[in-house]
Design a protein around this ligand. Structure first.
Ligand code: DLL
Length: 431
């Protein structure tokens, strides 16, 4: 169903008028209420009155993840007093990324997710099993608010406890499943072990996202579970899930552009690329109040298409995420930066600043193995001591990342050196 036809099927001119109004108001609001942005606007030499319409957006400065982290925890918030909910996602080193929502923002979140659910094919009254993590991660609660808004019956199973997930699915027969695509695949083996026939599952529609996934993963999910697998995209800084979503035609993700203004730029020059060309997605949150962001560099690589879709929506569609401009890895839905691990290793005596992250997919699950060079002294220790050193390194890394990892200690000079940019990641996943 089309949840908000007036907006989702509107003429481009009409949407541009709305965007222009919102942008003028937003820039004025930031100038008056946000010290960080006032400084950024001044540095860029842009006064609020210079922004007359949406096409002036190019005059505005970009915002990056560093802007959020440098102002940790609440420095970039525009309305801390009325902040109603806070979410956190992992950062590079040290500080995580903190985002805040006012009550109005939570309403906006519910609205855009309801649109996404409608886009995926949900109807009021359907039952949805939400197997994204609830908590600081935006997946669980975001889908929850949108499902409430649409009038779905919510089964908030959160992630994990797979046998229980599957028993509840078999007994309650939800029509929709929302989780990461890798979890949908992971659940297959467990279902078979429980004697369930996945093709007979009650799930007809999947709302899968939070990590990159390919067309071959889609085929596997659709064939094995006998369901339609749709892609949902978003990031905590913008709102969480709810930025864009595929419809049943699966020809790009419809982006909620009346509230999240998209640009696709060349990451090196900052200039817009032509429609259909690959570039970095940059998003301005036009109506958010807790932590509105101007021209946020998502670091996600996409193409964009402004043609009307067969489903009738006129919203622009972004491609599936084609890559990242930085070295962030997503492992089991968790964002991991090599620099986080480097930071841990620097704090442990006996390790060297040479390491390699080896990522593999075992079954449906991502496995991260960290190869760490240790100095000769550690290596000549007894096996028992070597083991306990390995455990120490592993625990320290797990504490920072919040996921299980394997650690392999290697002798000095084992890891290939590079004269240019060090190669820290060996990603063997085929997705
Ligand atoms: O992953 C929000 C989300 C939750 C989206 C549930 C969809 C479903 P973060 O933890 O801040 O937020 O991670 C954001 O994850 O910049 C992308 O690189 C990646 N990502 C999110 N959705 C997709 C997707 C949530 N559908 C980062 N395909 C983003 C590929 C995705 N990558």
């Amino acid at each position: 169903m089309i949840w908000n036809e007036k907006v989702e099927c509107a003429q481009r001119r009409k949407i541009e008028d709305i965007q222009s109004q919102y942008l003028r108001k937003l820039v004025r609001h930031l100038w008056d209420n946000n010290v960080v942005y006032k400084r950024k606007l001044e540095a860029a030499g842009v006064m609020p009155r210079a922004i007359k319409g949406i096409h002036d957006i190019r005059k505005l400065p970009f915002t990056t993840k560093e802007d959020l982290r440098d102002n940790y925890p609440f420095g970039i918030f525009s309305d801390l007093r009325n902040t109603a909910e806070i979410h956190v996602s992992s950062g590079t080193t040290g500080n995580p990324t903190v985002v805040g929502y006012t009550k109005e923002d939570l309403k906006l979140w519910a609205e855009v997710i309801a649109r996404c659910l409608g886009c995926a094919g949900a109807e009021p009254g359907d039952m949805i099993q939400i197997a994204y993590g609830y908590g600081l991660f935006t997946g669980g609660l975001g889908l929850h608010y949108g499902s409430l808004e649409m009038g779905l019956k919510i089964l908030p199973t959160s992630s994990g406890q797979t046998r229980r997930q599957l028993k509840l699915m078999a007994d309650f027969k939800p029509r929709i499943l929302a989780c990461t695509p890798s979890y949908a695949i992971y659940m297959l083996d467990e279902a078979k072990a429980m004697g369930l026939d996945p093709r007979a599952s009650s799930w007809e529609i999947g709302v899968f996202g939070a990590e990159p996934w390919s067309e071959s993963m889609r085929r596997e999910i659709e064939n094995s579970w006998n369901m339609l697998a749709t892609d949902i995209y978003g990031l905590s800084e913008i709102i969480g899930p709810g930025v864009a979503q595929e419809c049943k035609h699966k020809s790009g993700l419809h982006l909620n552009w009346d509230v999240f203004f998209p640009e696709v730029i060349d990451p090196r020059t900052g200039e817009a690329v032509r429609e259909g060309e690959r570039g970095e997605l940059v998003v301005t949150t036009l109506t958010k109040r807790g932590i509105p962001l101007l021209r946020y560099r998502t670091r996600d690589i996409v193409t964009i298409n402004y043609a009307r879709c067969k489903c009738g929506r006129t919203t622009p569609r972004i491609s599936k995420i084609l890559g990242r401009t930085d070295d962030m890895l997503i492992i089991r839905g968790i964002n991991v930066f090599p620099s986080q691990i480097e930071h841990v290793l620097l704090g442990i005596e006996g390790t060297m600043p040479h390491y390699l992250l080896v990522v593999e997919r075992e079954g449906a699950m991502d496995q991260l193995e960290v190869w760490v060079e240790v100095d000769q002294r550690v290596f000549s220790d007894e096996i028992k001591e070597l083991r306990s050193f390995e455990t120490k390194v592993r625990k320290a890394i797990e504490d920072i990342l919040g996921i299980e990892v394997k650690v392999k200690l290697v002798e000095p000079k084992t890891i290939e050196r590079s004269e240019g940019k060090a190669k820290r990641v060996l990603d063997k996943r085929i997705i």
